[in-house]
Design a protein around this ligand. Sequence first.
Ligand SMILES: NC(=O)N[C@@H](CC(=O)O)C(=O)O
Ligand SMILES: [Zn+2]
Length: 425
Amino acid sequence: MKITNAFRWDKESVQLCEIRVKEGIIIEIASNLSEEEDEEVFDAQGTFVSPGFTDVHVHLREPGGEYKETIASGTEAALRGGFTTICPMPNTEPVPDTVEHLEALKEKINESSLVEVLPYAAITSGQKGKDLNDLKALKGADAFAFTDDGVGIQSAAKMKEAMEQAAQLHMPIVAHCEDNSLAGNGVVHEGAVSKRLGLPGIPPSAEAAHIARDALLAEETGCHYHVCHVSSKESVRVIRNAKEAGIHVTAEVTPHHLLLTENDIIEDDGMYKMNPPLREETDRQALISGLEDGTIDCIATDHAPHAEHEKQQSMKQAPFGITGLETAFPLLYSYFVQRGSWSLGQLINWMTTAPRKIFSLPKRELEPMHPATLTFIDMTGNEKIDRYTFSSKGKNTPFHGVSASGFPLFTMISGEIVWKGRQGQ
Ligand SMILES: NC(=O)N[C@@H](CC(=O)O)C(=O)O
Ligand SMILES: [Zn+2]
């Protein structure tokens, strides 16, 4: 197959290109490729082509929470957002905390996923923070990495034990950093908005204290420690210091923490409730500079679908989380790339190469010998985000009605167009 009329990021600028694909693999890329007899031609219609995005932090809810999302609906949302590899978190029912549970989950994934799905296994039994799982056996059953995301591991001793074992297995420990004794029953950032709305707050130290503790444990044990959804300037500082000390720490940031602050919360509205919470403008700026200077390694959506009746409640009642797969690229492209803060190359790197490098996944570059697993993005059109058109069952986004460019037009996996939903919409 010859892909024509596509633009790509070529070192410093966007260039028109043609891509030859044989048996699902990219074999040639040039501004003009020769004609081959009887070759199928795919007209990319002037879209921008990128390797499919990788998201190392999503919630698919299956098994146990199928009313919020299923593997089928979540992976369709991934395709629609341009993601071709996603890593679901283990806060499901049951939790993938045994080989049996993980195997059952992998079977469900084989049956219904539309993209590559690499599931995490939990660190502790039932994610209760008490009994360590058989990490060696879970690695043997292809766990992507270990995490109790959704909840922080409260005991430092338990975290150390997990890291000791993970280090021996050369597997990362991925952490939702939250000290419950500091977070309490908080629902928003502890600050102006928690005061104005009379809601219990979550101080930044609830996150940063865990990161500091765990960075020391990672140093002691030699474990690779990855921090989920960093939200505060204090956390960025702690991670920067840890990296400077040579500790193997990596970190991710979500689009919503890069784009929103507590000031976007006008009233007591469950749609703005997420964990960690939206913080202050100085935090948002620290996250942006942390990403730009390499303190934060990659972007992950923390796609957290919930049912409408759950999110249309007040802050105290609604569950934490917002969806992200179908809005991540357009929002970041429109806000940071179109306005000139980032190059397209930077954004693509944080959503493709960087997350794969953190977790030593096979590279997916726009280069010969790499799989033709590609996302084609419409860079010129502009449309309003409409949560009712989401493939995800979770319509819970605070970005409904926001105008953006950069929506994927089609997604290709190993040379096959597997999604072209936006055509003619
Ligand atoms: N981020 C959230 O607000 N919620 C996540 C849990 C998590 O990632 O911590 C969820 O499972 O809904
Ligand atoms: Zn989390």
